[in-house]
Structures are given as structure tokens and as C-alpha cells.
Write a protein that binds this ligand. Structure first.
Ligand code: SAH
Ligand code: SF4
Length: 339
């Protein structure tokens, strides 16, 4: 329910305006799962609300704990749809990785989520709730959020933005906009729209190759948004926002890790603000792709650095717990099918 809808409901019920704030505090800040916990609301109001609203929350149906402290959860919403989210603690910080959709319709060749297609988009509340689940399970504040779980956030733009705003709001999770990162496969019209949002949210673009033919093979769902156009729009994004985007590049042996690929990536990034995140491909069951060697990864860093582009090899968290996107769901579904 939006703030406006809740205001309307309270006025319809003849309640004072401050009830809206009280209820929102219970729902968004305290993440309670029942009306009975809203102890500062009169019992009669709680009773009336019982028939007017639902406070359904997601149920945790599986979890995996990594030796590095990461925790991965499979959450099921009341309609039976499930998504993954992950909590990654490090040095006093806690990052939550959340999903924006159940499944994904883009169909990238190396992605476990992409293999099963789109089930449905998530609501802002469902995206938000994943972060609260991580917070409550770790018992501490989430300091940053990445929308790098399942789904394509820009194929669910409105709800994604509403979730980001609530995560950012002091009345919600109170996480600084720069610590809220959206990762997109490169849906150009939405990158344009995102550049015009007033908040300083962070943008990551999954590139995976700066060679059109390779990218088309790896990411067939975004073929129509060509690299040339992506390059132009990212220029526009940087000029408009002054913020530095990251490019994600999963290193796949023999596919996108040749010298030619490095040269194309350097050309794509060199004249603009960019940070390249190199990721060792997480192997997905049933996929022919394998990660590159560490030497190749270091060669990418060396060459990018030599043309003035900052690059890091992402510390792959939870590799012992199927932490690549879509993998927990895939293995649980597999378990359910075989039993
Ligand atoms: N749909 C969005 C966000 C979710 S995917 C996007 O594609 O950007 C988050 C990141 O995980 C993306 O960069 C995606 O390309 C990457 N990813 C997907 N499968 C992977 C795998 N098997 N190994 C490494 N990275 C993977
Ligand atoms: Fe969807 Fe992102 Fe996976 Fe591609 S990598 S299939 S866009 S979730």
C-alpha cells in the first residue's frame, strides 16, 4: 500500500493522520508480520484493519550458510512464488543482494535464472522485504543493497524505483542512495530514465563483452540494444549525473577472455567514467561455460589499468553455497522434483 492509499484508508476509518506514520513505522522500519504487534494502535482499529489489509510476509523455505559468513535465503511469497536473496557481511558492513523479479525473461546464456524464464515481477514491498529479512536474520543494519539477485530490475522499473526510495527513506531502511545499486543487462530507454531520477543511486551495467557478436550470443535478450547505443547512452548518463557506472564482466573461458575482447573492453571504457567489475563465472549446472583462469583475470586488470580504467576482480562470495543468481532456486526445485 502506498503512503497515499494508507492516508485514504485512515481518513475513511475516521482515524487521526498520525496513525499513518505509526503504521508505516511498524511495517517498513520494524518489519512486523502481524497487526497484533502494532502495540500503539487501539485494539478496535487493529480489529477493523484485520478485514481491510493483509500483512502477508514471505516465508523462508530454505537457507544456505557459507563459510565466509554469507547467508543465502529462498523466500516464498503467499502466492507460492519464490525468490532468492543473500546477506554478505564484511568488516562491520552488511550488503544485501535482492531479486527484482521471480525468474527473468532476458535469457542470458550463462545465467541460472535466465534458463527458467520469467515467472512474475515483484512488487516494491516484496523487493523491500528481502532486505528486511537479511537485516532481521543478521540482527543488524543493512549498509548497502545490490539488485543483483534474480530478474532484470529495468524490466520492472516502477516497482524497483519505489523499492529503492523506500530503502533510501529515513522512514524506511535509511540506506544512502549511493549504497543502493541497480544492475541492468542494458535496457537503454530505462537507463535514460534512471539518469533523470533525482537520487544518487548507483548503476551497474552487465556488459560481459564489448564485441557485438559475442554479446549477442551471451545475452540474446538485449540484442536490440546495440553496444554503440549503449556506449552513447552511458556517455549521456555520465554527463547528466556525474556518477561513475560499473560494468560487470563475467569471465568465461575461451568465450570473452581473448586479447581481442580485452581490447574492445578497453575501447568501450577508456574515455569515460567507468569501473569494471571482473567476475569469475559461477558454473551453472547444465551449462557448457567455464570460468577463465586467474591469469586471464589479472591480464584484464593489467590492460584496463594501463589505459586508465579502474578494474577489480570481484571477491566471489558464497561460492560454496550456489550463490550465483538463480542457483539456490534451481537446486531446490531439482530437489523437489526428484523427491
Ligand atoms: N538482470 C540484471 C541483474 C541480475 S544478475 C543483470 O543482468 O545485470 C546480476 C549479475 O550476475 C549480472 O551481472 C549477471 O550478468 C551476473 N551473472 C549471472 N549469472 C552469472 C554466472 N553464472 N556467473 C557470474 N555472474 C553471473
Ligand atoms: Fe536476467 Fe540478469 Fe540473468 Fe540475464 S544475467 S538472465 S538479465 S538475471
Amino acid at each position: 500500500m502506498t503512503h497515499g492509499q494508507l492516508q485514504e484508508l485512515m481518513s475513511e476509518l475516521g482515524q487521526p493522520a498520525f496513525r499513518v506514520k505509526q503504521i508505516e513505522e511498524w511495517v517498513w522500519r520494524k518489519n512486523v508480520s502481524s497487526l497484533d504487534e502494532m502495540s500503539n494502535l487501539p485494539k478496535t482499529l487493529r480489529h477493523v484493519l484485520q478485514d481491510r489489509v493483509t500483512l502477508d510476509s514471505a516465508e523462508e523455505i530454505a537457507r544456505q550458510l557459507s563459510a565466509d559468513g554469507s547467508r543465502k535465503y529462498l523466500l516464498r511469497f503467499p502466492d507460492g512464488v519464490s525468490v532468492e536473496c543473500v546477506g554478505m557481511p564484511s568488516k562491520g558492513k552488511l550488503t544485501a543482494c535482492a531479486s527484482s523479479q521471480a525468474g527473468c525473461g532476458i535469457g542470458c546464456a550463462f545465467c541460472a535464472t535466465g534458463m527458467s524464464g520469467l515467472t512474475r515481477s515483484l512488487s516494491a514491498g516484496e523487493i523491500y522485504e528481502q532486505v528486511m529479512h537479511v537485516r532481521d536474520d543478521f540482527g543488524r543494519r543493512v549498509t548497502s543493497v545490490v539488485l543483483m539477485g534474480q530478474g532484470e530490475p529495468f524490466a520492472n522499473y516502477t516497482e524497483t524505483l519505489a523499492a529503492l526510495r523506500r530503502l533510501n527513506s529515513p522512514d524506511g531502511a535509511g540506506i544512502g542512495a549511493r549504497h543502493l545499486t541497480v544492475s541492468t543487462c542494458g535496457i537503454i530507454p530505462m537507463i535514460k530514465r534512471f539518469a533523470n531520477e533525482p537520487e544518487q543511486f548507483t548503476l551497474a551495467v552487465s556488459l560481459h563483452s564489448a564485441v557485438q557478436r559475442t554479446r549477442d550470443m551471451l545475452m540474446p535478450g538485449v540484442k536490440k540494444y546495440s553496444l554503440i547505443h549503449l556506449y552513447d547512452i552511458m556517455n549521456e548518463y555520465v554527463n547528466k549525473t556525474g556518477r561513475r557506472p560499473s560494468y560487470e564482466f563475467a569471465l568465461i573461458r575461451g568465450v570473452n577472455d581473448s586479447d581481442n575482447e580485452i581490447a574492445a573492453l578497453c575501447d568501450f571504457c577508456r574515455d569515460n567514467l567507468a569501473h569494471v567489475n571482473l567476475i569469475m563465472l559461477n558454473e551453472v549446472k547444465g551449462s557448457k561455460f567455464q570460468p577463465s583462469t586467474n591469469e586471464r583475470a589479472r591480464e584484464f586488470v593489467r590492460r584496463l589499468t594501463s589505459v586508465g580504467v579502474e578494474a577489480t576482480i570481484r571477491d566471489s562470495r558464497g561460492s560454496d553455497i550456489d550463490a550465483a543468481c538463480g542457483q539456490l532456486r534451481q537446486s531446490i526445485d531439482g530437489t523437489l522434483r526428484t523427491h
